[in-house]
Design a protein around this ligand. Structure first.
Ligand code: ADP
Ligand code: SF4
Ligand code: MG
Length: 340
């Protein structure tokens, strides 16, 4: 990706007030090892607090299994939250019943990782993009729905003559554009893009990222942009949250997180990408695999892999996400943050 791209902090207009506010959100999945066993719980999301404003992209990064998808799905009420609160445009949607949730569902849309499995192979592009328009009764007649679908396809850079095609007749990049068009067709305010380019060829990844950035800016969308790849988030997100085993361990403007990388885990993620580590910045090589979310380690969940671990503290008491400098809005959950 080009280094000359505009820094996200200077891109577009970001509203002052949050459109989405999430407080201490948790999602536990029960798992039973046998029919008579009592369930154990996977702590997929564990006490996450965040906000996103209109016109702003929040990047969510972390290794596979860190809870990124579960967090986004729970926020969009595709999973039932276990604990905590989700407020969208001043409405508490945490326990909103299905009927009342309908209108909210239109306003919060999901773009899935895999454009191969997320599109119904028996539906044409027209049917896929128009489905939401019909469900939410956004067009009075079929011709109007068609016109809306065609206009949405144009927005994502697809010609209207693609309308009659089936997913298998499209390239990976075109399919993901259809996935984006399907989400956009219903006029959402929030778009959750879950690894939207990880299943695509490297050659088309940048095109799809640029498209999402352009749409986010033009439509003033509030966006959650999930990726395990820091490079993708770095050029796309105004702010970034780093997740580890269901918790946010560092969050701030993307520039602050990238520049300071206070949390040892954030530092390790950056260290894994040499082009993102300037000379003179201390590197940190990540040891071992992430532990299971079924039995997360006590204290700081990162302690078994952390070179700065303090015995008797890090393995006992979990650090909370705090501003190191009051008023900086750059938060870190660590007893011994990296400071060089
Ligand atoms: N529907 C589910 N049922 C049980 N466990 C799940 C389910 N979805 C995700 N998990 C578990 O929750 C944890 C977080 O998964 P996920 O949110 O998919 O992480 P990521 O998107 O960061 O890769 C993992 O341990 C995963 O196995
Ligand atoms: S709290 Fe302790 S174990 Fe956790 S990241 Fe910080 S130094 Fe490492
Ligand atoms: Mg995921």
């Amino acid at each position: 990706m080009s280094e000359e791209k505009k820094a996200p902090a200077s891109r577009g207009r970001v509203a002052a007030a949050p459109l989405l506010q999430v407080d201490k959100l948790s999602k536990l999945f029960p798992v039973r090892s046998g029919p008579f066993e009592s369930p154990r719980f996977i702590h997929a999301v564990d006490g996450v607090t965040l906000y996103v404003r209109r016109g702003e992209t929040l990047g969510i990064v972390g290794e596979s299994g860190s809870g990124k998808s579960t967090l986004a799905r729970t926020i969009l009420r595709l999973h039932e939250p276990t604990l905590g609160r989700i407020v969208f445009d001043d409405v508490d949607i945490t326990r909103l019943p299905d009927g009342d949730l309908r209108a909210m569902r239109r306003r919060m849309q999901y773009v899935f990782q895999d454009p191969y499995s997320s599109l119904n192979p028996r539906m044409t592009v027209r049917e896929i993009v128009s489905e939401g328009i019909a469900i939410f009764k956004l067009a009075r007649a079929g011709a109007m729905a068609d016109a809306m679908a065609a206009a949405t396809l144009e927005k994502v850079g697809l010609r209207p003559d693609m309308m009659g095609r089936y997913p298998h007749e499209l390239s990976g990049g075109q399919r993901q554009r259809v996935g984006i068009a399907r989400a956009l067709a219903v006029g959402p305010d929030l778009l959750a893009c879950d690894e939207p380019v990880s299943a695509l060829d490297v050659s088309v990844q940048a095109q799809v990222i640029n498209l999402l950035e352009r749409l986010q800016e033009e439509l003033g969308l509030c966006m959650l942009f999930i990726s395990h790849d820091l490079r993708v988030v770095q050029y796309t997100a105004h702010r970034t949250a780093v997740m580890y085993l269901g918790r946010i361990v560092e969050m701030g403007t993307t520039a602050d997180v990238a520049e300071k990388r206070h949390h040892p885990y954030t530092r390790a993620l950056f260290s894994a990408i040499p082009s993102l580590t300037p000379d003179g910045k201390k590197r940190l090589v990540l040891q071992g695999e992430p532990p299971s979310a079924m039995d997360p380690p006590k204290g700081c969940a990162f302690h078994p892999r952390c070179p700065s671990m303090e015995k008797g503290r890090c393995d006992v008491e979990a650090p909370t996400l705090e501003e190191l400098v009051p008023g900086s809005h750059h938060r870190v959950a660590c007893w011994h943050p990296e400071m060089d």
